[in-house]
Write a protein that binds this ligand. Structure first.
Ligand code: FAD
Ligand code: NAP
Length: 317
């Protein structure tokens, strides 16, 4: 028979939102269970320096997340390495099935499943994924020592990845579909001053080209968005950094979503369309998508879950 665990508050996700919810729910004596998912620590484990987490002018993303995990654990959060595969929100307690076979039942749930990298959707991108095409410079940059690399995108992630990749690459071409970046100015400044980086404005990637045997990238073809002219760029690595989409698989058919799948919460609140289910962090936030705002929403979700449970206790008693 499946192992069943009951908790007052089940927190799904181990990014800044999940761990902060853990700290607050623990301090409210709610003895939360937090399920970490496939990416313990979340998106910040895929980056290097974080320079906008208050209290640290610079901290490595993975270190920050190890600290947050330790903090949540020290306050009393039970942290479990498991993956939630479905949630039944039709009645309380809510029931979550997991990859390990454990069934979690919970009086309230905090969804903090964050966001995942988007892909361009090209056939050739799919073909060379893991063989020269990547969405994580910190994970794969090391393989391209002394090689030429292409980065796609014009946001903070693309600029940071391009800068980071200059530690390994002989040259980085940043291909962006417009002629201005949407990244922070401080990052744009660093990019423009870096002699190893060459921006290619107003271009879109149309094809990744490479060898069959062994499978590997040899270059890309990029099209000018106005003239249609094709430019061929030799490279060994292609890093796609075109943004992130909310990780909403568990709830997209049951909760209200908007703006491309972000879970809708009530104004100034983390309450979703189902009472007792709260959502925090990048899963709900199409606008700011920062570690500190995610952590703030994790705090709000735990405080709101506490109030919800107190009201339920009042109703039952
Ligand atoms: P995430 O960090 O996305 O974490 C989601 C968590 O949910 C993961 O632990 C995952 O395992 C878990 N999960 C997902 N599905 C399930 C499931 N089914 N069951 C259980 N668990 C599940 N922001 C900044 O403020 N400063 C920066 O310098 C910065 N740098 C960044 C660099 C990069 C390369 C990237 C990609 C993002 C960066 N960001 C930065 C943005 C920041 O990382 C996010 O805003 C933040 O991590 C969002 O936190 P979150 O808790 O909502 O979710
Ligand atoms: P983003 O800000 O959404 O930027 C995505 C970029 O990719 C944009 O420049 C966009 O072009 C381009 N793009 C999107 N779809 C494309 C397509 N199909 N083809 C070609 N280009 C495409 O995403 P992000 O850079 O991943 O950042 C996500 C969030 O994390 C942001 O809120 C960001 O601030 C945060 N973050 C923060 C830091 C930091 O604080 N240091 C670091 C990394 C990320 P357009 O510009 O034309 O739309």
């Amino acid at each position: 028979m499946a192992d069943t665990r009951h908790t007052k508050v089940l927190i799904i996700g181990s990014g800044p939102a999940g761990y902060t919810a853990g700290v607050y729910a623990s301090r409210a004596m709610l003895e939360p269970i937090l399920v970490q998912g496939m990416e313990p620590g979340g998106q910040l484990t895929t980056t290097t320096e974080v320079e906008n987490w208050p209290g640290h002018s610079e901290i490595q993303g993975p270190d920050l997340m190890v600290n947050m995990e330790a903090h949540a654990r020290a306050m009393g959060t039970e942290i479990i390495s498991d993956l939630i595969t479905s949630i039944d929100m039709s009645k309380r307690p809510f029931t979550a099935q997991s990859d390990s076979g454990t069934v979690y039942t919970a009086d309230a749930v905090i969804l903090a499943t964050g966001a995942r990298a988007k892909w361009l959707g090209l056939e050739s991108e799919e073909k060379f994924k893991g063989f020269g095409v990547s969405a994580c410079a910190t994970c794969d940059g090391f393989f391209y020592r002394g090689q030429e690399i292409v980065v796609i995108g014009g946001g903070n992630t693309a600029v940071e990845e391009a800068l980071f990749l200059t530690n390994f690459a002989s040259k980085v071409t940043l291909i962006h579909r417009r002629d201005e970046l949407r990244s922070e100015k401080i990052l744009e400044d660093r990019l423009m001053k870096n002699e190893k980086i060459e921006p290619l404005w107003l271009h879109e990637l149309v094809e990744v080209v490479g060898d069959e045997n062994p499978l590997g990238v040899t270059g890309v073809r990029a099209k000018h968005v106005k003239t249609g002219e094709i430019t061929e760029i030799p490279c060994k690595g292609v890093f796609v950094a075109i943004g992130h989409a909310p990780a909403n698989e568990l709830v997209k058919d049951t909760l209200e979503t908007h703006m491309g799948g972000y879970v809708v919460t009530k104004p100034d609140s983390t309450e979703t369309s189902v009472p007792g289910i709260f959502a925090a962090g990048d899963l709900t936030d199409h606008k700011y998508r920062q570690a500190v705002t995610s952590a703030g929403m994790g705090c709000m979700a735990a405080l709101e879950a506490e109030r919800f449970l107190a009201e339920q206790g009042g109703e039952e008693g």
